[in-house]
Write a protein that binds this ligand. Structure first.
Ligand SMILES: NC(=O)c1ccc[n+]([C@@H]2O[C@H](COP(=O)([O-])OP(=O)(O)OC[C@H]3O[C@@H](n4cnc5c(N)ncnc54)[C@H](OP(=O)(O)O)[C@@H]3O)[C@@H](O)[C@H]2O)c1
Length: 235
């Protein structure tokens, strides 16, 4: 199913603001999404409320549990940052060989500010990769506000910086991102870039507080169609 327009995508922790918004957005562009949770009843609630809001998503969203989500072709880890690696590790066998998207940001609120934290291995994504060494971890979606993702009738208007050690896996995620109206996928290097990408989210949150908005990045100087596939032989 790699690189295919209609993928089956699972979301571990898909009941939170980020996972549920991503589920709605991915469903709206033609993927089938399994909303994972530690409790299937929470996944059912999430699926039902998304479908009540967007009836066109009926049939695109499935309420599963985390094991069902881990069984999909591509799997997103959308839990809080400190449970991302342990959650992925729990499903290491199911995730073997698969593209696993890490979107978590290690941040802490100190007074009115958000501060980046240094997780084990330097980034959440690298920590997840160490927890599931047989998987192809790709870091993406860190800077896209959940509310924008969830407004499926509107473009997202953001660059999405994507990094990972497996070029073909990065290309798969870039293809998913490219299909989201308004999103531009940017290949941002290996997983060593994840630390900078994740911690920059603290800056965006500061901007949101300061300017009472939901900021997302747009980089200048890169022509729109310059982001070529990385993998040799990728189409
Ligand atoms: N919110 C945003 O705008 C945004 C944007 C970009 C990236 N992110 C990142 O995306 C991730 C999810 O964000 P969120 O705001 O949706 O987070 P959240 O609501 O705190 O958590 C998401 C889901 O994770 C599961 N979960 C909570 N604690 C867990 C634990 N100890 N072990 C396993 N699963 C647990 C819960 O699902 P169940 O209880 O149903 O299992 C929860 O609904 C975060 O790491 C965040 O940094 C967020």
């Amino acid at each position: 199913m790699e690189g295919c327009a209609d993928m089956r995508i699972g979301i571990l922790g898909g009941t939170g603001p980020a996972g549920s918004a991503l589920a709605a957005r991915l469903g709206s562009i033609g993927h089938t999404v399994v909303i994972g949770s530690r409790s299937q009843s929470r996944a059912v609630e999430t699926r039902d409320s998304l479908v009540a809001l967007h009836p066109e998503l009926d049939g695109r969203l499935e309420a599963g549990d985390n094991p069902a989500a881990a069984g999909c072709d591509v799997v997103v880890v959308a839990t809080p940052w400190d449970s991302a690696a342990p959650t992925a590790r729990e499903f290491a066998d199911e995730l073997q060989g698969k593209v696993v998207i890490s979107m978590a940001n290690a941040l802490v609120r100190v007074g009115g500010e958000f501060h980046p934290l240094l997780p084990p291995r330097g980034s959440v994504a690298a920590h997840v990769q160490a927890a599931v060494p047989g998987s192809r971890v790709v870091a993406a979606f860190h800077h896209v506000p959940a509310k924008e993702l969830g407004h499926i009738g509107h473009p997202v208007e953001s660059d999405v910086m994507i990094c990972g050690d497996d070029d073909a896996a990065v290309d798969v995620v870039a293809e998913i991102v490219d299909a989201i109206p308004g999103c531009r996928p940017l290949h941002a290097g290996t997983l060593s870039s994840a630390a900078a990408i994740e911690s920059f989210t603290a800056v965006l949150l500061q901007l949101n507080v300061r300017y009472k908005t939901r900021a997302a990045p747009r980089l200048t100087g890169i022509r729109d169609r310059q982001a070529e596939p990385l993998a040799a032989g990728a189409s």
